[in-house]
Design a protein around this ligand. Structure first.
Ligand SMILES: Nc1ncnc2c1ncn2[C@@H]1O[C@H](COP(=O)(O)OP(=O)(O)OP(=O)(O)O)[C@@H](O)[C@H]1O
Ligand SMILES: [Mg+2]
Length: 474
């Protein structure tokens, strides 16, 4: 299992042993306190510090407060009541801030108290940005804090009835169990892993699970944090690497293959001139196949071209209408309906390479048509969104993509079609990213698929004369 973000985990440790800090006014009323302070003393803002000082120390406390106001800075010890029942003598530092007329109290908790289970482990802060679970070596959960409902769609009370083993079994890949977790923590001091989680609604999230052990109480502290955004970025970067490899490979072999293909094509055409009807049939098949080889080659080469070249200002709606015009006859022939709905309030323009962008939409529309039976509907929308971006949505009522394939469709050569190259979507992703855009997909098996492309638009006042735009998009 991967270990990283030591800093973050260190911070996580520090938070866990945070010392109590409070700000009070000159009457000893609590104005502000950190989580540890409110947890260990069970007090809230506007309570009086006198409530948590033992009876016999009350006079001492009043003296300390007066001394602090005069001397500005006092270090002392005081007998206090923790968790509303336990009495301990604690060292504390007090500072008087003249400008705000407030006193800051900083406490050093006695060793025994810091290691009481209820302080160190069981008193989880209530406001947590993640989910924390405390359990013993057998996986029996002692306490849960934080976003139980958000992470597992369960209340804290419900999770408390689970064992850690049961919680870990909720992750579909089953690569982590209590035994692995305990072994890693015992050997390495801590453990960290990212696991996939699927919500009941079908939403896929990625959770980082980190665990440490408190050697005095022998309890394990498990922190679960949503890491979906970071994981997806990492996956996209991994795709980029594989695209780069395909590109390099393509560049090196394309040249070698192009020449013999040209020769084959030339001779086939020559043979066709004199061929008899029967031979002509086979020669036509050879020619079609050569044509397909050329197409594959040029798609591979497209992947290897790194940046946007021949940039132009392009009208988004114009570009898409043009592509729809190209595929309309095919759709009609196959009895598939096309619905179009364009943003009309803005003239949306982007800067890009028209040829490649056309190819992007052709690929997507072709995929959608291929996924649908006759009677299916393909919808194309454009809509301007906040921050000067455009969303282009291509939605079909096709067969959909199951979750396992959904993770692979942008990988070069991934295809489920017998005559597919699997280079269509990698080209789409690369081209969109070259144009500073993003692609997202959602799909439901048996219902259909939606691709959403988002591109940055050029500023309105740059949205040049419509005539020029028309000319550019033909
Ligand atoms: N709209 C869609 N609906 C269902 N599946 C899709 C859709 N778009 C893509 N896919 C899936 O993604 C795979 C990869 O698509 P991609 O366009 O990269 O290659 P291909 O369509 O198989 O081949 P090619 O584009 O070269 O003809 C397809 O084989 C198909 O399984
Ligand atoms: Mg395709």
């Amino acid at each position: 299992m991967k270990k990283s973000n030591t800093e973050e985990d260190l911070q996580f440790f520090l938070n866990a042993i945070e010392k109590p800090i409070a700000v009070i006014n000159l009457q000893g009323i609590l104005l502000k306190a950190n989580q540890t302070f409110t947890d260990v003393f069970g007090v809230n803002e506007e309570d009086c510090i006198e409530q948590i000082v033992t009876g016999q120390s009350l006079e001492t406390w009043k003296n300390i407060l007066q001394r602090t106001i005069h001397e500005k800075k006092v270090n002392c010890e005081l007998q206090m009541v923790f968790f509303k029942v336990e009495t301990y003598t604690v060292d504390m530092s007090l500072r008087f801030d003249e400008t705000t007329e407030k006193v800051i109290i900083y406490m050093y908790l006695p060793y025994e108290l810091m290691h009481l289970p209820q302080y160190n482990m069981n008193n989880l802060p209530t406001k947590l940005e993640e989910l924390m679970i405390i359990c013993d070596a057998n996986g029996r959960i002692q306490n849960v804090g934080g976003l139980a409902r958000k992470y597992f769609s369960q209340s804290k009370e419900k999770l408390l009835q689970y064992s850690v083993e049961q919680i870990l079994s909720l992750f579909p890949e089953h690569s982590l169990d209590l035994e692995v977790l305990r072994r890693e923590v015992d050997e390495m001091g801590y453990m960290e892993t990212v696991q996939k989680y699927i919500h009941a609604t079908g939403h896929v999230r990625y959770y980082k699970i980190a665990a440490i052990k408190d050697h005095i109480t022998n309890l394990y502290l498990i922190k679960i944090k949503d890491q979906t955004k970071e994981t997806i970025v990492q996956q996209q970067l991994a795709h980029k690497d594989s695209l780069l490899e395909v590109g390099q490979l393509a560049a090196s072999v394309a040249h070698e293959i192009r020449n013999p293909i040209t020769t084959l094509k030339g001779f086939t055409q020559l043979l066709k001139v004199t061929a008899e009807e029967e031979t002509l049939k086979y020669l036509n098949v050879i020619e079609d196949e050569i044509h397909r080889m050329e197409e594959i080659l040029s798609e591979m080469l497209n992947l290897s071209k790194p940046t946007v070249r021949n940039k132009k200002i392009i009208s988004v709606n114009g570009l898409i209408k043009n592509i729809v015009r190209i595929i309309h006859p095919k759709a009609t022939l196959e009895n598939k309906k096309i619905i179009q709905n364009y943003e009309r309030n803005f003239e949306m323009c982007l800067v890009g390479e028209e040829g490649r962008l056309k190819q992007v939409f052709l690929n997507l529309l072709k995929n959608s048509l291929e996924s649908m039976h006759p009677g299916g509907t393909l919808s194309i929308f454009t809509q301007k969104c906040e921050g000067n971006f455009v969303n282009i949505i291509i939605k079909d009522t096709g067969k959909g993509i199951d979750e396992q394939n959904l993770n692979q469709i942008f990988m070069p050569y991934f295809t489920t079609r017998p005559d597919g190259t699997g280079l269509g979507l990698p080209f789409v992703l690369k081209t969109v990213e070259d144009h500073e855009g993003t692609v997202s997909v959602s799909s439901e098996v048996g219902k259909g698929t939606s691709f959403i492309l988002t591109f940055p638009l050029i500023e309105q006042n740059y949205a040049i004369h419509k005539e020029t735009v028309k000319e550019i998009v033909g």
